[in-house]
Ligand binder design. Structure first.
Ligand SMILES: *[C@@H]1O[C@H](CO)[C@@H](O)[C@H](O)[C@H]1NC(C)=O
Ligand SMILES: *[C@@H]1O[C@H](CO)[C@@H](O)[C@H](O)[C@H]1NC(C)=O
Ligand SMILES: *[C@@H]1O[C@H](CO)[C@@H](O)[C@H](O)[C@H]1NC(C)=O
Ligand SMILES: *[C@@H]1O[C@H](CO)[C@@H](O)[C@H](O)[C@H]1NC(C)=O
Ligand SMILES: *[C@@H]1O[C@H](CO)[C@@H](O)[C@H](O)[C@H]1NC(C)=O
Ligand SMILES: *[C@@H]1O[C@H](CO)[C@@H](O)[C@H](O)[C@H]1NC(C)=O
Ligand SMILES: *[C@@H]1O[C@H](CO)[C@@H](O)[C@H](O)[C@H]1NC(C)=O
Ligand SMILES: *[C@@H]1O[C@H](CO)[C@@H](O)[C@H](O)[C@H]1NC(C)=O
Ligand SMILES: *[C@@H]1O[C@H](CO)[C@@H](O)[C@H](O)[C@H]1NC(C)=O
Ligand SMILES: *[C@@H]1O[C@H](CO)[C@@H](O)[C@H](O)[C@H]1NC(C)=O
Ligand SMILES: *[C@@H]1O[C@H](CO)[C@@H](O)[C@H](O)[C@H]1NC(C)=O
Ligand SMILES: *[C@@H]1O[C@H](CO)[C@@H](O)[C@H](O)[C@H]1NC(C)=O
Length: 654
């Protein structure tokens, strides 16, 4: 309890000041009723009554159904208040689906590799009263809920409530961060990303039991409906709340997914507690040789080189946002052993040769792979910085040498001058999205020109529905797309980043097959909701934390609020407006509130920022001139658009 209070208390205090709450999608109450009636089949009177909190008198006359729409993706445990049915053999069933594509009176959408999930059935003929299933039948995510009566009986239904169980430790609308600009689509994307991560944050007692892992495979032919395909009753972490990959599935801790989700959570709700619980659950699984798991329990014990590295990234990111030095120090030996395990794959070429090929379900993750080596290079930079901060510098020189070796070998062996992209490995002409985005993000490139060339080459491949990931078939990956957004900003191409958000995340937010509130896990380059790694389309998750890259990218790069050291003890304010003409954004850490607001077209007509008292930092406004003036009367002239050695406070450009 102590820790929770520690992490959440400053956020609660700051919450009252946070503007733009009207954009927050999280409900004000955890007691939900449907927003509207989507469809009625058969004879049902007064179906609309259940959209009122007080309920009413809905009557099912014989075989019939009503599909309700919650207006956005939600999560929780359903309960029905039923009147006296005309027959003791009457039943009411409930089905759930995230996408309107899978609305049905005989099955839910899916959580297993094949088939669809069974309805929840209630023997309402046995008597009037309240029917609530066991807690393990809470549904991880759904926008549409269908109530079906499958007999000739007359059945009155007086109310339908959903107990919203996501983000159990959060006061759902008390965000520590905000974002607003003149572009309404971009604003909605920021808040949908934040909400997606709220749905993916769960009570750890309700992780996926994975009952069919290894027993149902994608090639099985399963007739509708499976009666035993889903329940959420496996305790996946310690504590009271944890971040998972997805709300409907897998409801498990996946370190790769967290590489995107973590930063987007940190700049929005600020729920770092749920991240720490997730990381702790991975760290207890570390092997004596330093290897960290592909995923948390109850997933198979599997080795993944890249997901191993993502756990190390999770550790340094968490420390950067939380500033919790005692947590970081207590796990430092584990971090170092993890890094040493990864370095044991570096061969005489200078590159890591990947033999543990599990990754984000792309194919061909082996050999001298550019994505894995870029991520390793990134981790080596973070490790050196952490070691300096924590005064554990004995390995820094070695790490620096290995990093230089990776950088020169990658550029010598994997760079393709004609395509202006890296090849996936030495024996292919495929130019992956993941490795190229990561190479720029990690600064594996040798020059700004090279990063710019990659940004342009990636952009030139965009299709109607977004940026392709050819390393995973005809796939648009909103996960790797999140890293591509970061790469465009790092290549100083903010317009490309914004255009990709509008194109790809705009599609994801606005398409009628989606939830208009949360972001899907993946889809096809032709716009169909088929994610190549899966054969079972109803299984795709429509609320996946790894698809929330724009939320952190907008705060970090468009608004330019960057925490350089733990909890923002030092910071960099470096906006990249692109064609946004008005931006206001902020986030809260244990040190206080960091915020930026500006108006920009051609140049800055207004620029102001605020950072906590105990901190120091610098401002970069390329091309801008003038003097920064603080509320306390300090003045600092911009020199070549930069001002260094600023102390925390409220500053404005004059
Ligand atoms: C509900 O409506 C049905 C007819 O649709 C009626 O028979 C029944 O008496 C009503 N019940 C209540 C409690 O109003
Ligand atoms: C209702 O009927 C329509 C038209 O036959 C059908 O497409 C739809 O799937 C049905 N809905 C449910 C929930 O059964
Ligand atoms: C209605 O569904 C229940 C639960 O699956 C089942 O036991 C019952 O036989 C069904 N009734 C009819 C008439 O299909
Ligand atoms: C919702 O579920 C939580 C957790 O099980 C419980 O504490 C709470 O009382 C429930 N709320 C309602 C309105 O049923
Ligand atoms: C599923 O059905 C297809 C087409 O009928 C068949 O080719 C395949 O072998 C079946 N798979 C299994 C696991 O039975
Ligand atoms: C989850 O529920 C299923 C079905 O009731 C049960 O078989 C299983 O043992 C439960 N698992 C746990 C971890 O409680
Ligand atoms: C909870 O913490 C204990 C003590 O560190 C550890 O042994 C256990 O594995 C943890 N459980 C989970 C699910 O992470
Ligand atoms: C090299 O990359 C190609 C393209 O992604 C892939 O098909 C191949 O399997 C990779 N090689 C190894 C050893 O993984
Ligand atoms: C990577 O290591 C494997 C296993 O030792 C070996 O077979 C393979 O040739 C190596 N790949 C490269 C590109 O060196
Ligand atoms: C590291 O050393 C510096 C300078 O001596 C000191 O200020 C800082 O507190 C030390 N940090 C840790 C984690 O020991
Ligand atoms: C990126 O790497 C180059 C050397 O190739 C170095 O000069 C530059 O400082 C690095 N940039 C950052 C942000 O670390
Ligand atoms: C920014 O660019 C996008 C397309 O690239 C355009 O739709 C939008 O209107 C532009 N916004 C402004 C303020 O110019």
């Amino acid at each position: 309890m102590h820790l929770i209070t520690l992490l959440l208390a400053p956020l609660a205090a700051a919450a009252a000041r946070v503007p733009y709450k009207n954009y927050i999608l999280a409900p004000a109450s955890r007691d939900l009723v449907p927003a509207s009636v989507y469809q009625v089949n058969g004879s049902v009177t007064n179906a609309k009554a259940l959209t009122r909190s007080s309920g009413g008198n809905v009557t099912f006359h014989g075989v019939s159904s009503v599909t309700y729409d919650f207006g956005k993706n939600v999560e929780g445990l359903v309960s029905l208040e039923v009147g006296s049915a005309s027959s003791s053999s009457a039943f009411l069933g409930v089905t759930f689906t995230e996408s309107s594509l899978w609305i049905s009176s005989v099955a839910c959408d899916a959580t297993a590799d094949a088939g669809r999930d069974a309805p929840l059935w209630f023997p309402v003929g046995q008597g009037a009263g309240k029917y609530t299933p066991e807690a393990k039948y809470l549904r991880g995510a759904f926008r549409y809920l269908t109530v079906v009566s499958n007999t000739s009986a007359t059945v009155p239904l007086h109310s339908l409530h959903v107990n919203f169980t996501a983000a159990p430790m959060q006061n759902l609308r008390d965000y520590g961060g905000w974002f607003h600009s003149d572009d309404e689509l971009i604003n909605k994307i920021w808040y949908a990303g934040a909400y997606t991560n709220q749905l993916c944050t769960i009570d750890p007692a309700h992780g996926d039991a994975l009952i069919h892992l290894g027993t149902i495979s994608s090639t099985d032919n399963i007739s509708l409906p499976r009666t035993d395909t889903w329940w959420s009753n496996y305790t996946i972490t310690n504590g009271s709340s944890t971040i998972t990959d997805g709300a409907k599935r897998d409801r498990l801790v996946w370190p790769g997914d967290m590489s995107i989700a973590l930063e987007s959570i940190a700049v929005s709700t600020g729920d770092l507690y749920s991240i720490q619980m997730a990381l702790d659950s991975l760290l207890v699984l570390q092997k004596p040789d330093g290897q960290l798991p592909y995923a948390g329990k109850p997933f198979y014990d599997t080795v993944s080189y890249t997901y191993h590295l993502h756990s190390l990234i999770g550790m340094s990111y968490l420390y950067r946002f939380s500033g919790d030095q005692s947590w970081m120090l207590s796990h430092w030996n584990q971090y170092v052993r993890g890094l040493q395990w990864a370095l044991s794959s570096v061969d005489s070429t200078g590159l890591a040769n990947i033999t543990a090929s599990s990754d984000w379900l792309r194919f061909g993750m082996g050999g001298h792979n550019i994505e894995a080596n870029s991520i390793l290079y990134f981790v080596l930079q973070e490790a050196q910085q952490l070691a300096q901060t924590l005064n554990h510098t004995s390995s820094v020189a070695q790490w620096s040498r290995i990093a230089q070796g990776i950088k020169s070998a990658a550029n010598e062996l994997l760079w393709d001058d004609k395509a202006e992209l890296y090849r996936d490995n030495q024996t292919t002409t495929l130019h992956p999205q993941d490795g190229n985005a990561w190479a720029v993000k990690a600064n594996l490139t040798l020059s700004d020109d090279q990063s710019l060339a990659i940004s342009k080459a990636l952009r030139s491949r965009w299709g109607t529905y977004g940026a392709p990931a050819p390393e995973a078939g005809a796939t648009v990956s909103p996960f790797i797309g999140g890293f591509e957004l970061q790469a465009h900003y790092m290549a100083d191409q903010p317009a490309a980043a914004l255009d990709l958000m509008r194109l790809q995340w705009g599609f994801m937010l606005q398409d009628p097959r989606m939830t208009q509130s949360t972001f899907i896990e993946g889809y096809s380059t032709d716009g169909s909701l088929h994610y190549a790694p899966y054969t079972n389309d109803p299984r795709v998750s429509h609320a996946h934390g790894w698809s929330t890259g724009p939320t952190s990218a907008l705060t970090t790069y468009a608004a330019g609020i960057q925490l350089s050291e733990a909890a923002g003890a030092t910071w960099l304010i470096a906006p990249q407006p692109g064609n946004l003409t008005v931006v206001e954004a902020g986030l809260t850490t244990s040190k206080g509130v960091f915020s930026v607001s500006f108006e920009h077209s051609g140049g800055y007509s207004h620029f102001a920022f605020q950072t906590p008292k105990s901190t120091t930092g610098m401002v970069l406004l390329p091309g801008a001139t003038g003097t920064l003036v603080s509320k306390t009367g300090q003045r600092k002239a911009l020199v070549n658009g930069a001002a260094r050695g600023l102390v925390g406070g409220s500053w404005e450009l004059h």
